[in-house]
Design a protein around this ligand. Structure first.
Ligand SMILES: CC(C)(COP(=O)(O)OP(=O)(O)OC[C@H]1O[C@@H](n2cnc3c(N)ncnc32)[C@H](O)[C@@H]1OP(=O)(O)O)[C@@H](O)C(=O)NCCC(=O)NCCS
Length: 153
């Protein structure tokens, strides 16, 4: 009987102020966004890498929101194309939300522009669309938010 091999991925929080890690993030950003988005502030916020074996294949990051009070802004997620379809965005978002809760943020906000796979992952992860008082992106951008405060009662 043929064996089905399920690829294993590990998510790891990384220190993006470390030069080697920053280089990996910059390269993954280049390979996933091409020239479609500016290089984010890797020296700010919290960053994660997803590894297949020892190879980094995806990344994500959250920074404090400059538009919404006491919220994290999930500013980037990218998965190398050969690794699409393994729910890595969703797994990276779970890690990111745990950190956002730890920080005491009450919300995570983000946005997608013409990006069905990513929007579907926001829906899967329990995000709702909202209209920011000052929309920060493009006219066709969808804005997402999730309340993440854990009730202590
Ligand atoms: C958006 C992104 C992170 C999703 O990657 P992912 O976590 O691997 O996606 P999922 O596991 O949810 O994939 C679900 C399905 O959509 C497909 N899919 C994923 N990304 C896709 C894309 N960009 N275009 C077309 N199909 C895509 C997967 O192959 C999978 O198909 P299947 O159900 O037939 O197997 C990835 O497409 C990506 O890095 N895109 C470039 C950067 C980007 O757009 N980032 C998000 C900015 S808002």
């Amino acid at each position: 009987m043929p064996q089905i091999v399920i690829p294993r991925y590990r998510i790891r929080a990384v220190d993006a102020r470390d030069d080697e890690t920053a280089d990996i993030l910059i390269e993954l950003h280049r390979l996933t966004f091409f020239s479609g988005a500016s290089v984010p502030p890797f020296d700010c916020g919290h960053w994660w890498l997803a590894y297949r074996g020892e190879t980094p294949v995806a990344f994500a990051g959250v920074v404090p929101s400059t538009h919404v009070r006491n919220a994290g802004y999930f500013c980037r997620v990218g998965v190398l194309q050969p690794h699409w379809g393994h729910r890595l965005q969703l797994r990276l978002m779970r890690a990111m939300e745990a950190r956002a809760r730890w920080n005491g943020w009450s919300r995570v906000v983000s946005d997608t522009t013409a990006n069905v796979p990513s929007a579907n992952n926001f829906i899967r992860a329990g995000y709702r669309m909202f209209r920011p008082s000052l929309p920060w992106a493009f006219p066709d951008t969808l804005y997402w938010q999730k309340n993440i405060l854990v009730s202590r009662f």
